[in-house]
Write a protein that binds this ligand. Structure first.
Ligand code: FES
Ligand SMILES: [Fe+2]
Length: 464
């Protein structure tokens, strides 16, 4: 970190360096971070966005054309035609693949050259060329792609929060952010902002319960980390534990908790990726989950979800500027960090432990790829449905004599430990198991045990 002078009126002396931590933030082909990100599936579009015309799209700094051919298959190919480079956004979609408008070369969804119509009979030119193309996969209204080495395609991960409870409805959404992907993603590892940005500083944006300062803990999981924020709401304690899943995925609970009613929800209301468009643009893209476990009072609004629309205040730039100035939301705070946060200008505090942990995990993944290894998480995390750890838990644990912060930490830690350690259980059984175990701890008073040792445990140096 650059030395920043500690004296008043020192603007002139502040460092002018533009270190944006390129290893983590740059996403182009051949960059360390870009190569790492290319080992994973990423959502890039809502199915509803892809109509009957070719769709120009930029992903990981590459200009591409997304299309669905008339037999229903999705193609994602390099923008410029392999013949003489015109854009396939002007291509004609066929029964099979897409045909370039300029001289009629036709490409299948995998980039195979199907036709070079102006070549003489017997020409074998088409056998010597292949248009750049990437695999795609459709899931619950989203189109995903894998842009890495073709011989290392990972299994498409199916997370438990997308299949349980059985009546879960996944509603796709995609929001534009004109900034680097990492600062948008780091917001997930920074739960203290939900108190300040969403309540204390700017007024209540979600519910008044968010104004209570949470006790924080950050636990490493097989997928990345769990950002655990525990608050008191009267006699109840409320855990909002958010999955931060490598490299660019996260899950969250609802935005409308009032903390009044007990709740066990070992699932999520938001499952989202931050997919890089290029170094200075990204998408918040994923699903809003609707089911009675995560949203028992049916407060979500499906009709408000879609392209640059979400049923949570402050996630887009749609509000008037003055309103956003008076009560900035996540979109405003994240985009206002700049096109790419200048890391040399940062001063991480102890509440940034999750951010620091995430950066360490990302750097470790980048090093694995640079060493020729497959990154460990989540690609090697078994087969089948991938267990996750997101939970929204509200339980009566009244304050007693002594340090209430220690009680909050004990509660958050013990509940999330059970959630993490229950990952081997089948989807569906896990929720019942966690609720039973937590109820047993509540009945035995276990949350009050050992409180004298608890305070300050989480206050490790975020810069470590
Ligand atoms: S530039 Fe595409 S066919 Fe010639
Ligand atoms: Fe937020």
């Amino acid at each position: 970190m650059a030395k920043i002078p500690i004296q008043p009126y020192s603007g002139y002396l502040n460092p002018r360096s533009n270190d944006d931590d390129p290893a983590l933030t740059h996403v182009g082909a051949g960059t360390p971070g870009g190569e790492y990100l290319r080992r994973f599936w990423h959502p890039i579009a809502m199915v509803a966005e892809l109509k009957d015309m070719p769709m120009p799209i930029r992903v990981l700094g590459e200009d591409l054309i997304l299309f669905r051919d008339k037999s229903g298959r999705v193609g994602l190919v390099h923008k410029h035609c392999s013949h003489r480079g015109t854009s396939l956004e002007y291509g004609i979609i066929g029964e099979r693949g897409i045909r370039c408008a300029y001289h009629g070369w036709a490409y299948d969804v995998d980039g195979t050259v199907l036709d070079t119509p102006s070549e003489p009979a017997g020409s074998r030119l088409k056998e010597t060329v292949c248009q750049g193309a990437y695999r795609t996969h459709e899931s619950h209204g989203l189109i995903f792609t894998y842009m890495g080495p073709p011989d290392q395609v990972p299994e498409f991960p199916v997370y438990d929060t997308t299949v349980w409870p059985d009546d879960t409805e996944l509603v796709p959404l995609k929001l534009d952010l004109p900034c680097n992907w990492l600062q948008a993603h780091e917001n997930a590892a920074d739960p203290i902002h939900t108190a300040y940005l969403h309540s204390i500083v700017t007024g209540v944006q979600f519910t008044p319960s968010f104004a209570a300062l949470p006790v924080l803990e950050f636990a490493e999981t097989p997928l990345g980390l769990l950002a655990i924020a525990t608050r008191r709401c009267g006699d109840n304690l409320w855990i909002r534990a958010s999955d931060v899943i490598l490299p660019n995925m996260a899950q969250f609970g609802t935005g409308f908790v009032d903390g009044e009613k007990e709740k066990f929800a070992l699932t999520a209301a938001f499952t989202r990726w931050i997919t890089p468009v290029d170094d200075t643009h990204c998408w918040y893209i994923g699903w809003r989950q609707f089911n009675p476990v995560i949203d028992p009072r049916n407060e979500g609004r499906k009709e408000n979800i879609g392209r640059n629309r979400i049923d949570l205040m402050g996630q887009t730039d749609e509000r008037p500027y003055l309103e956003r100035q008076k009560s900035p939301g996540d979109w405003d705070a994240i985009v206002a960090q700049g096109p790419i946060v200048k890391r040399t200008h940062e001063h991480l505090s102890w509440t940034d432990k999750g951010v620091a942990m995430l950066r360490r995990q990302l750097r470790a993944g980048i090093r694995e790829v640079q060493s020729g290894l497959v990154p460990a998480a989540p690609r090697n995390y078994g087969k089948g449905i991938v267990p996750t750890y997101n939970n929204e838990t509200i339980l009566s644990v009244p304050q007693k004599d002594g340090d209430d912060k220690s009680l909050l930490q004990s509660f958050g830690h013990k509940v999330c430990k059970v959630a993490i350690e229950s990952a081997h259980l089948p989807v569906g059984e896990r929720q019942r198991h966690v609720e039973r175990a937590v109820r047993a701890m509540q009945a035995s008073g276990e949350f009050y045990d050992g409180l004298s040792q608890a305070p300050g445990q989480q206050q490790e140096d975020a810069n470590a």
